[in-house]
Design a protein around this ligand. Structure first.
Ligand code: BGC
Length: 797
C-alpha cells in the first residue's frame, strides 16, 4: 500500500520509511530547502530569508537544484549572472546568459510558470530596527502578513525570520534586522511578526536561538553569559514567539552558550524550548551551524541545513549505538508533522503579488517608525512652498535594505528627491551634488551607515564618506544661514557629536525598505505626524556603552560582562546621559500624560490595574506611545533603575484627551534568581512610572505589593544580616542561649559575614546539647519559623 504525506498521518509515513530515507530527511535536500521523497509523497519545502522580502539568491538556487539535483555551490554559481543582472539592471536578460546560467534561467521560468517578470514586482519591507521604533505590534503584524503573501507566490514554505536577538551593542552587524535593546518590546513585536506570517499559512522561523548578538567569529564563538541575563534579556523574545506567536519552527544559532554549541544544546532546544515553553515544532539549524550531526539530533535540532549528505554518519552512529532509532524517529516524526502544516503539503497559494497591499503595509509601518530626533524652532514640517536644496547622492539612493541574507533585489524605488518634488513641485526643489551657493532656505541631506551580515560595523559613525560629507555640508549650510534637515539612514546608532549642533532637524529612518522615501517626504511636509520612538538608546559616544571592552570578543570567546544591564537598563542605573534615550521621539504636536489612577494602593498577589490620561495639547492629530516602567524601591536582588513592562500606542485628535488602561501581572514584577533558579517576585514597594520616553517620566505612583517573601529571614540568610537585627538575636537567645553562646559566631562574622545562618547553627550548636539529632533539628526549625515571621518593613510606604 502506498502512503502519501498529504493524506496519511505522520506516524504512518514514519512506519513506511527505511532508515536511509529517515537519514535523508533530516538534512537539507536543497540549498535552502528540505529533501523530497517521491515514494512517500513528501515534497521539497522551501525555506527563504528574510524580514525584508524575498531572497532571490536563495530562491533561484533552490529552483535550479530542484531541476538539476546539483549541490548548493553549483546551484548558486549557475544563478550568479542572473542575480548580477537583477542587481544592476533590475531585470533579467536571458539573451545575455551563457549556457551555465541558462540552466538556472530555465528552472526559474518553469517554477514561475513563465512569469519571470513577477520577480520585479516584489516589495522590500522595513528592517527590524525600523519596525522596532513603530512600537506598534499591529503594524508589525500587517507588514509580516503582506510579506508572507509575497513569499507564498514564489512557493516558499518557511520564512527565516523574525530575528529576535537583542540589540546588545550598537555595532552588531545585524542589529538592523532585530527590533530592540529591550526584551519586552522585542517580545511583543517578534510575536506579532510570527502571527502575521503564520496567518497566511506560511511558517515563521524565529532566530537565532540564542544570544547571537554580533558577527565576528559568529560560527562557534563561545558566549559567556549569566543565566539571569539569558532569562531576563535574551530569552523573552523567543519565549513570546512560542507562547504568544505560536511559532512552528525555530532556528538554532551559530554560537556556543557557556561552552555548548546552540545546535547541540539539549538544555536550550529540549529542556527550555520544548519542555518549559511547550514548543512543538521543528528546530532548524543555521546554515552550517551544526558541528556534530549526531549531537544535534540528540539535543533536539531536527533539521540540519544546508544540503549535506550525512547519511553515512547517521547510519554509523545508529550502528555504534551513539544514536538510537527512537531518537532518530522522534526527529523524523517532528519534521513530518511540521511538513504537514506547510503550504507545500497543505496547498493554498496566492498566485499574484498584490503590490498595493504590500506597499501599503510597508508604508504605514514606516510612517509610524520614522523617529523625529530633533526639531529646533519647529523647522519641520516644511511648508509646501519652502525652497529646498537637496544635497548629495543619498537623496537619490536611500539604503533600503541591509546586506547578507536580508538583501532584497528589486527595481529602483522613487527617490526622496523625486518624492519631494512630486509633492512640492519642480520650482521648490533644487538638487546639487555638493553644497554650493543656492538661494534655497532649507537644506536636506542624508547620512548613511550600512549594516551587513557577517561583519560588525567598524565604528559608531556614519559611513566614512558620509561622515565627512554630513559634517562639511551642515557646517557650510549654517554659515550661509540655512535651515538644515538631516536624515539618518542607518543600521544602528551613530555618534553625532561632530555635527548635531549644525542640524536644525534630524529624522531617523533606519533601514526602511522601498517605501522609505515616500514616507519620509510625507513626514517632511507634515502629511504624516511622526510617532516613532527609539527602540535602542543612542549613546553620546561608543565608550559609554555597557558592552564597551566586552565586544565583540576575541579568540572565539566573548564575555557579557554587563549582565542584565543592557541598553537603558545600564545608562539609567549608571546615571549616564545618552544622546537620545530609549523610547524617545518627537511629534509635531505635544502630549501630556497625567492623572495616573490606581485601582488601589496595596495589591495582594494580584494584577495591578491603573490608567493614565493623555492629552494632545497641540492643534494637530497625532499618535503617542505611553510607556510604563517599573522601579522597585530597595529590592533584595540588584535591579536596573527601571524596566519597561507595558506600552500602548494611541491616536489622539488635536486638543483631545484619551485614557489608557494597563494591567501588570505579578510575574511582570519578577526578576530571575540564579540561586533559586526561578523568577521571583518580591513583596515591597514599587514605583509605576509612566512617560513618553525612558527619560521623560511624566507621572508616577508607588504601590505596595504583598506576597510570600522569597528573601525573608531563613536558613540561607547571611549570618551578618541576622546578627545585626536585635530581634533575631533575641530569638536566638530564647532558643539556644544555654546551648551555644551568641559570641561563638564572632569569627564567622569577622571573616565570612555571608555565611548562611542555617549552616552556622547546625555546625556550631553541639549535638550533645540534645537527647537526639531529631530534637536538635526540631529546635532549629522552630527558631527559623519564628524568624520568618519578623516583619522586614518592606511594605512601609
Ligand atoms: C544566517 C541566517 C539565514 C541563513 C540562510 C545564515 O548565514 O545567519 O540568518 O537565515 O544563513 O540564509
Amino acid at each position: 500500500m502506498s502512503v502519501n504525506l498529504s493524506k496519511d498521518c505522520a506516524e504512518d509515513i514514519l512506519r513506511e520509511m527505511t532508515v536511509e530515507e529517515k537519514a535523508a530527511l533530516i538534512t537539507g535536500g536543497l540549498p535552502y530547502g528540505t529533501a523530497a521523497n517521491e515514494r512517500l509523497g513528501i515534497p521539497n519545502a522551501l525555506l527563504n530569508d528574510s524580514m525584508a522580502g524575498i531572497n532571490f539568491r536563495q530562491l533561484f538556487a533552490d529552483y535550479c537544484a530542484m531541476e538539476t539535483g546539483e549541490n548548493i555551490l553549483v546551484s548558486l554559481r549557475r544563478c550568479e549572472k542572473i542575480l548580477q543582472q537583477l542587481r544592476e539592471t533590475h531585470e533579467i536578460h536571458p539573451e545575455e546568459l551563457d549556457d551555465t546560467a541558462m540552466v538556472a534561467y530555465e528552472a526559474i521560468k518553469k517554477h514561475l510558470n513563465g512569469n519571470v517578470e513577477q520577480t520585479y514586482q516584489v516589495t522590500s519591507f522595513p528592517a527590524g530596527n525600523l519596525l522596532g521604533s513603530t512600537w506598534n505590534p499591529q503594524m508589525v503584524f500587517r507588514c509580516a502578513e503582506a510579506l508572507a503573501r509575497e513569499f507564498d507566490v514564489f512557493g516558499v514554505d518557511v520564512i527565516l525570520t523574525p530575528n529576535v536577538n537583542i540589540q546588545r551593542d550598537p555595532l552588531g552587524g545585524r542589529l538592523f534586522e532585530s527590533y530592540s535593546e529591550d526584551p519586552y518590546l522585542t517580545a511583543e513585536l517578534g510575536a506579532a511578526f510570527v502571527r502575521g506570517i503564520q496567518e497566511t499559512g506560511i511558517l515563521a522561523d524565529p532566530k537565532h536561538f540564542a544570544v547571537n548578538n554580533h558577527e565576528k567569529e559568529r560560527k562557534g564563538i563561545n558566549v559567556h553569559v549569566q543565566e539571569r541575563a539569558l532569562r531576563e534579556i535574551y530569552f523573552p523574545g523567543f519565549e513570546a514567539c512560542v507562547k504568544q506567536g505560536g511559532a512552528k519552527t525555530f532556528m538554532s544559532a551559530y554560537n556556543k552558550i557557556n561552552g555548548t554549541a546552540c545546535s547541540a544544546n539539549g538544555e536550550l532546544l529540549t529542556k527550555l524550548l520544548r519542555e518549559e515553553w511547550g514548543f512543538d515544532g521543528i528546530v532548524i539549524s543555521d546554515w552550517g551551524g551544526v558541528y556534530d550531526s549526531v549531537e544535534a539530533i540528540k539535543a533536539g535540532n531536527d533539521l540540519e541545513m544546508p544540503q549535506i549528505d550525512n547519511r553515512s554518519e547517521v547510519l554509523k552512529a545508529l550502528k555504534d549505538c551513539r544514536l538510537s532509532m527512537e531518537e532518530l524517529d522522534l526527529t523524523v516524526l517532528r519534521i513530518l508533522k511540521c511538513l504537514k502544516e506547510m503550504p507545500c503539503v497543505k496547498g493554498h497559494r496566492y498566485y499574484e503579488i498584490d503590490t498595493q497591499h504590500s506597499q501599503e503595509a510597508a508604508y504605514r509601518a514606516i510612517a509610524e517608525g520614522i523617529v523625529l530626533l530633533k526639531n529646533q524652532e519647529q523647522v519641520l514640517p516644511l511648508k509646501i512652498d519652502a525652497s529646498v536644496n537637496m544635497v548629495g547622492e543619498g537623496v537619490h539612493t536611500l539604503l533600503e535594505c541591509g546586506g547578507g541574507s536580508a538583501e532584497v533585489l528589486r527595481k529602483r524605488s522613487e527617490s526622496l528627491y523625486e518624492c519631494m518634488r512630486a509633492k512640492a513641485g519642480v520650482s521648490a526643489i533644487e538638487n546639487w551634488e555638493e553644497i554650493e551657493t543656492s538661494d534655497a532656505d532649507y537644506v536636506v541631506l542624508v547620512g548613511k551607515s550600512r549594516g551587513q551580515e557577517g561583519v560588525d560595523r567598524a565604528a559608531m559613525l556614519l559611513d566614512q564618506e558620509d561622515q565627512e560629507f554630513v559634517v562639511h555640508t551642515l557646517k557650510k549650510a549654517k554659515e550661509e544661514g540655512k535651515k538644515t534637515i538631516l536624515i539618518l539612514n542607518i543600521a544602528g546608532p551613530v555618534d553625532m557629536r561632530e555635527y548635531e549642533a549644525y542640524a536644525d532637524a534630524v529624522l531617523c529612518v533606519f533601514i526602511p525598505g522601498c517605501q522609505g522615501n515616500r514616507a519620509l517626504a510625507d513626514v517632511i511636509y507634515g502629511d504624516v505626524n511622526p510617532s516613532g520612538k527609539l527602540a535602542i538608546t543612542f549613546p553620546k559616544k561608543y565608550e559609554d556603552c555597557p558592552t564597551f571592552g566586552n565586544f565583540p570578543g576575541y579568540n572565539a570567546s566573548v564575555w557579557y560582562g554587563e549582565g542584565i544591564y543592557v541598553g537603558y537598563r545600564y545608562y539609567d542605573t549608571k546615571q549616564l546621559e545618552p544622546a537620545y534615550p530609549f523610547g524617545y521621539g518627537l511629534s509635531y504636536t505635544r502630549f501630556s500624560i497625567h492623572d495616573l489612577k490606581l485601582e488601589k494602593n496595596i495589591f495582594e498577589e494580584e494584577n495591578i490595574r491603573f490608567s493614565v490620561d493623555v492629552t494632545n495639547e497641540g492643534d494637530r492629530d497625532g499618535k503617542e506611545v505611553i510607556q510604563v516602567y517599573i522601579h522597585q524601591n530597595r529590592p533584595f536582588l540588584q535591579k536596573p533603575q527601571k524596566e519597561l513592562k507595558a506600552f500602548k500606542k494611541i491616536e489622539i485628535p488635536a486638543n483631545e484627551t484619551r485614557t489608557a488602561f494597563f494591567e501588570l501581572s505579578p510575574r511582570q514584577l519578577a526578576s530571575y534568581d540564579e540561586k533559586l533558579q526561578a523568577f521571583v517576585t518580591e513583596p515591597g514597594i514599587y514605583t509605576i512610572q509612566v512617560g513618553n520616553s525612558s527619560r521623560n517620566i511624566q507621572v508616577e505612583a508607588e504601590i505596595a505589593f504583598r506576597c510570600a517573601d522569597p528573601y525573608g529571614y531563613g536558613e540561607q540568610t547571611r549570618i551578618a544580616t541576622i546578627w545585626s537585627d536585635e530581634r533575631c538575636r533575641e530569638i536566638y537567645r530564647k532558643y539556644f542561649e544555654d546551648k551555644c553562646s551568641i559570641d561563638m559566631y564572632n569569627d564567622l562574622l569577622g571573616y565570612t559575614p555571608d555565611y548562611p545562618v542555617g549552616k552556622a547553627l547546625r555546625e556550631r550548636i553541639p549535638a550533645e546539647a540534645y537527647a537526639s539529632p531529631r530534637e536538635k533539628d526540631e529546635n532549629i526549625s522552630a527558631f527559623f519559623d519564628e524568624l520568618a515571621r519578623i516583619d522586614l518593613g518592606k511594605l512601609d510606604f
